[in-house]
Design a protein around this ligand. Sequence first.
Ligand code: CA
Length: 221
Amino acid sequence: MKLLLVEDSERLRDNLSRGLRAEGFTVDVATDGVEATGYLAGFGYDLMILDLGLPRLDGFGVLRALPTGGTRPRVLVLSARDQVGDRIDALNAGADDYLVKPFAFEEVLARLHALARRPAEVQADVLEHAGVRLDPQAHRAWAEGTALNLTPREFALLELLLRHRGRVFARATILERIAGSESEASDRSIEVLVFGLRRKLADAGCASLIENRRGAGYLIP
Ligand code: CA
């Protein structure tokens, strides 16, 4: 899960980025609004934590500069401004959620996870990374130009990892996300599934796409 953290307070920025990285997020950090819009123009993010009071360009300016459509990150505003009017202004400007400082880190985490679970407005975008291309709508995938012959579960796993690049998925989470409640599925069957998908990717020339974090799970970094 790629996250852009926009905060001018150094202490808060360091604490949040450290905590979020420990939770498996891939975190980029911007210290003012202009820097934030630069990151947003150059990279794709799933989530953004945005302070409102920022040097050079404030949080509202960053919200106005957000791209529209499916590539837009979900935005959690963290602000010391605690008036109802501030919240309404931020939500109207495109924020998805609003949390008043001071806050508990656990609440930031819970809200980020809730935002990440919201269905994207546009799910049909073709996903592309490191030679792999996946078209969710056509239900087809390619590696280095070669069409991959994937089972439905292999396809779902590849889509999950590509859509949330940088996030480590535990076997139990993968089970829950793609195997549903089918009783024969187990941690072992996820290992077999990953093995099969990796082999097909390797045969097409993308051997090291999926990484294994021992004891934690799988990811596409
Ligand atoms: Ca600030």
